[in-house]
Design a protein around this ligand. Structure first.
Ligand SMILES: NC(=O)c1ccc[n+]([C@@H]2O[C@H](COP(=O)([O-])OP(=O)(O)OC[C@H]3O[C@@H](n4cnc5c(N)ncnc54)[C@H](O)[C@@H]3O)[C@@H](O)[C@H]2O)c1
Length: 265
């Protein structure tokens, strides 16, 4: 039996920063990591909402007012982790925003803000946690990209560019930080039932219908993505770095030809 057997996905005592944790996938991730034993700093630009979410999750949840596009906020969040726990074991760059934009109809300011949140944010996060992780000789960063970071999507130019950028950033961070014992991976969710993925709050068949083209024939749930993130920051993934993990029900696997096996009716 190896030393890791039986406890590899245990996160007891790990200190983790999760961004965009007031709701959706970030909140679900914080909840799961806490259930596995972690102390979690929940960062979000929605200060009241993240405080309420943290209160629901109990004593291992610590809300932080964090706009990921603001470098001073990052310095404050990481200082808080350092003061409280003396370290940061993992960073989950989950905060993100989506806007519909075409080639012609791009709103410049909105696109700039999206890129600041989805792409500059994870760059700043890595910049601020890396010194602590380097000093500890270990750490993990998970960048939450998207299935839209694996293929193009008509009507989502800025979002798709940001998620491809995050995928590329992950590779670069893995190369730079690996020698210091820091692993960096990207997770690529498909459709997930959150405010971002289901803005009209649809339910039942109305919600599922657009996802009948996905091999698993349904939308994903936030905790299904959180499970993969929990694995990636655990010791079970100790030799995984620079990897991109699709958690998309098979959506990015390819396409169907009408009439051939698996094609939707
Ligand atoms: N839901 C999906 O279908 C889906 C699919 C693929 C990828 N993703 C990605 O997953 C991540 C989480 O999305 P979600 O579906 O939970 O969305 P969501 O809208 O429910 O939650 C996003 C959270 O990020 C926070 N946030 C936004 N801007 C921020 C900023 N500047 N600083 C800090 N926090 C900020 C919001 O306040 C919110 O709490 C995003 O990066 C998103 O792009 C979502």
């Amino acid at each position: 039996m190896t030393e890791r057997a039986g406890q590899a996905t245990d996160l007891s005592g790990r200190v983790v920063i999760v961004t965009g944790a007031a709701q959706g996938m970030g909140a679900a991730t914080a909840e799961l990591l806490i259930a596995r034993g972690a102390q979690v700093l929940l960062g979000d630009v929605q200060a009241d909402k993240v405080a309420a979410t943290a209160a629901q999750l109990g004593e291992a949840a610590h809300p932080v007012h964090l706009d990921v596009a603001d470098e001073e906020h990052w310095a404050g969040a990481v200082a808080e982790a350092q003061d409280r726990f003396g370290r940061v074991d993992a960073l989950i760059n989950n905060a993100g925003t989506l806007q519909f934009s075409t080639v012609d109809g791009l709103g410049t300011e909105a696109a700039r803000r999206l890129l600041e949140i989805n792409l500059l944010g994870p760059m700043l996060g890595a910049k601020h946690v890396a010194p602590l992780m380097r000093a500890a000789g270990r750490g993990v960063i998970v960048n939450v990209s998207s299935v839209d970071g694996l293929r193009g999507v008509g009507g989502l130019s800025a979002y798709t560019a940001s998620k491809w950028g995050l995928r590329g950033l992950t590779k670069t961070q893995a190369l730079e930080l690996g020698p210091d014992g820091i692993r960096v991976c990207s997770v690529h969710p498909g459709g997930v039932d959150t405010v971002l993925g289901n803005p009209l709050g649809r339910t039942g068949e109305e919600l599922q219908a657009p996802f009948r083209q996905v091999p698993l024939r349904r939308i994903g749930e936030p905790d299904e993505i959180a499970e993969v993130t929990a694995f990636l920051i655990s010791d079970a993934a100790s030799y995984v770095s620079g990897a991109e993990i699709a958690v998309d029900g098979g959506w990015s696997a390819g396409t169907y030809y009408p009439g051939l096996p698996g094609a939707p009716d």
